[in-house]
Ligand binder design. Structure first.
Ligand SMILES: Cc1cc2nc3c(=O)[nH]c(=O)nc-3n(C[C@H](O)[C@H](O)[C@H](O)COP(=O)(O)O)c2cc1C
Length: 173
């Protein structure tokens, strides 16, 4: 099948996840393009879609939302999977006892639920203060954020591979 993996990424972490999903789907025998949502081309050419975005302040990046809205009529008729990349750290439950993954589901999960995606999966992300420019320098200086926002690469590549191969198998169904 022809699959488009479209992603929105500010600092590269979500791009890395999209590239990996693309590789996994190719291993499963699919023809895959991995493209930023802003340069994704003609959606009608594809049989299935995997669309993902980094989460910032509980929202997808604008490019990703615009892609979904613009291609709504195509996405409504084909299998679609969503993913978000966001939570940082290794804790699966936060200090208030909330499930970190559930609490990190961005607002767009509900907004785009009408498309009946096969799944909306949240993956742990990555954050390096030095790559954030001015914002990063500010965050690093403020004890409130420095001590609560974990810095590092928290990607779980095995989980990403499992999820992607699940899609690959379903499409081969
Ligand atoms: C200012 C700021 C706000 C963020 N807000 C959220 C958020 O609301 N939810 C979340 O899960 N992650 C949040 N994150 C973490 C990012 O989503 C995470 O670093 C992600 O991997 C970045 O992806 P990118 O490198 O593709 O841009 C935030 C990070 C920063 C720096």
């Amino acid at each position: 099948m022809r699959v488009l993996v479209a992603y929105a990424s500010k600092h590269g972490s979500t791009q890395g996840i999209a590239d990996r999903i693309g590789e996994d789907l190719r291993q499963d025998g699919h023809q895959v393009d991995v493209r930023p949502t802003g340069k994704a081309g003609h959606a009608e050419e594809y049989d299935a879609f995997v669309v993902g975005s980094a989460a910032y302040a509980m929202h997808w990046m604008k490019d990703a939302s615009t892609f979904v809205k613009r291609n709504r009529s195509t996405l409504e008729q084909r299998p679609v999977w969503f993913f978000s990349s966001g939570p940082l750290g290794t804790d699966r439950v936060d200090k208030e006892g909330h499930d970190v993954i559930e609490a990190s589901l961005p607002k767009e999960a509900q907004e785009f639920a009408f498309l009946r995606p096969r799944d909306h999966h949240v993956f742990f992300g990555a954050l390096h203060f030095d790559e954030l420019g001015f914002t990063g320098r500010m965050l690093k200086k403020m004890p409130a954020t420095r001590d609560t926002i974990p810095e590092g690469d928290f990607h779980d590549w095995e989980e990403i591979d499992r999820w992607a191969h699940g899609i690959g198998r379903e499409l081969n169904g």
